[in-house]
Each structure stands twice: as C-alpha cells, then as structure tokens.
Design a protein around this ligand. Structure first.
Ligand SMILES: C[S@@+](CC[C@H](N)C(=O)[O-])C[C@H]1O[C@@H](n2cnc3c(N)ncnc32)[C@H](O)[C@@H]1O
Length: 241
C-alpha cells in the first residue's frame, strides 16, 4: 500500500479534494477559540487536516515516508512513520487526535479507535472525517476498491458510532464533496484504460444510486460525482468522572 501513496504524495499535496473543503472550514470554525497543546494527525498524508488547529506542537503519523516529508516541509508537522493500529506513543499523550479521509484505508477500524482512545488524555478530542455510505454502500465501495485497492471500506454512520464505543459523540455534521471525475480517477496514477473502466462502472450504476451520487455526465462522459463526508467530533470518556 505504502508504495502507491509514496508515488502519489505530490498529487495529495495539490489535490483539490484534500487542500480545502467544507469539512476543513467546519472544523476550523468549531475550534476557532481553542488552542491545544499537543495534537496528533493520523494518516496525515500531506498534512492538510492539521492546518486547521491551533496548537503548540503537531505530530503526524503515516505509513508513507514521502507523505511525511511533504507534511513536515509544508506544515511543520513532526513526522512519525507508523500505523494507525499501533501508535508509538504513551497513554494519555495528546489533547486532540484527528484523522481525515483515511479510515476507509484501515484494515482494522476498531484498533484505530482503541489506539486513538489510548493516546488521548481524558476528555481529549477525536476529530474524524470520512466518506459515509448509508445508501450507496456496496456500489461506491466496489468502485472505490476497483480504482484504488488500498480502499478497504467506507462505513455507514451506524458502523462508525458502534466502533467509537469509548467516546462520547459531541457533534456530527454531514457535508457533500463533489469530485471532478478525471482528477479523482487518476490520483493514484491510473492509465487511460483503467480510467475508462472506472467510468463504465459509474455509467452502469442503477439510476437511484446515480442520483444519490449526483453523477454528472456530458456527451457520454462522466464529469463529476458527489459523495458524503461525515464529520464526527468525539470526546474521550473520563473514566474517573
Ligand atoms: C487520502 S490520504 C489522507 C488525507 C489527509 N489526512 C488529508 O487530510 O489530506 C490517505 C493516507 O493514509 C495513509 N495510510 C493508509 N493506511 C494507513 C494506516 N493504517 N496507518 C497510517 N497511515 C495510513 C496513506 O499512506 C495516505 O497518506
């Protein structure tokens, strides 16, 4: 998995899907009066999520060294090469943990939640953003996996809440994200044949799923589709409270 992401690190730095978005604007405004001590961005990639938080120190973990180099040079993130399922920090280290548009790559979301919980201080905050598939589950997950075999599974809201059983949900917001088809399809350097195959999968979707994904076409070509991003703000339970 890591080789594909190493190869694509500049695409992620410049990708319109990652640089900005309604999710980042919401998080920035939600925490606008807050200054954190130590924060950790899990699967930081080029580091875009960390830029919305005010904090003394920002640590980013990722499997890809090239992503981490970019995150350090662009956003001053302290880079740590590690996996979301084994975070190399002591219990109760961080004031806030974030993870944006990455959990769908994790083979074990349960471990991601338990590790995030472990490294957070009591009443620490977990900010999670990821694609939500409440209606289009099987269809979108299948296309995503075909495009990028590091895509394991986008979850439903219910699945996320079930995994987060050591957290209190403080806020949940759903936003939409329009993806320009060709940028999105080529982000992991797919060739023209593969892009065509991905396009055919969109064209062959049932009408109700096309509507749900707002698949836009011009002259027989897919121009864009839109998916849902869930923004979850969780708080770690204070076990002494
Ligand atoms: C879509 S990018 C994340 C985007 C980034 N969080 C942002 O806001 O721009 C996915 C990243 O997850 C990383 N990744 C995938 N699985 C991982 C895992 N189990 N642990 C840590 N990083 C992982 C990849 O190397 C890649 O850099």
């Amino acid at each position: 998995m890591k080789e594909g992401f190493d190869f694509a690190s500049l695409n992620y730095l410049n990708s319109s899907d990652h640089v900005s978005g309604a999710d980042l604007s919401f998080i920035k405004s939600y925490f606008k009066d807050k200054r954190f001590g130590l924060i950790l961005d899990i699967a930081t990639a080029a580091g875009h999520c960390s830029k919305v938080f005010e904090s003394k120190l920002k640590v980013g973990i990722d499997l890809s060294l090239n992503m981490l180099k970019t995150a350090r040079s662009e956003f001053g993130i302290i880079p740590v090469c590690a996996t979301s399922t084994q975070i190399p920090f002591l219990d109760q280290t961080f004031d806030l943990v974030s993870c944006r548009i990455a959990m769908h790559h994790f083979e074990n979301p349960g471990r991601f939640f338990s590790e995030s919980n472990r490294v957070l201080k009591d009443r620490g905050i977990l900010v999670l953003v990821d694609s939500i598939v409440d209606v289009e589950d099987g269809y979108l997950n299948t296309i995503e996996y075909f495009r990028d075999n590091t895509h394991i599974r986008s979850l439903t809201v219910k699945e996320v809440i079930n995994y987060a059983n050591n957290f209190r949900l403080l806020n949940y917001v759903q936003t939409k994200r329009k993806h320009t088809f060709y940028d999105w399809a080529k982000r992991l350097n797919a060739d023209d044949e593969k892009v065509k195959q991905i396009e055919t999968k969109f064209i062959n979707l049932p009408e109700n799923i096309k509507q749900e994904l707002d698949v836009c076409m011009e002259n027989g070509k897919v121009i864009s589709y839109t998916d849902k991003k869930g923004i979850f703000i969780f708080e770690k339970y204070d076990i002494r409270a």
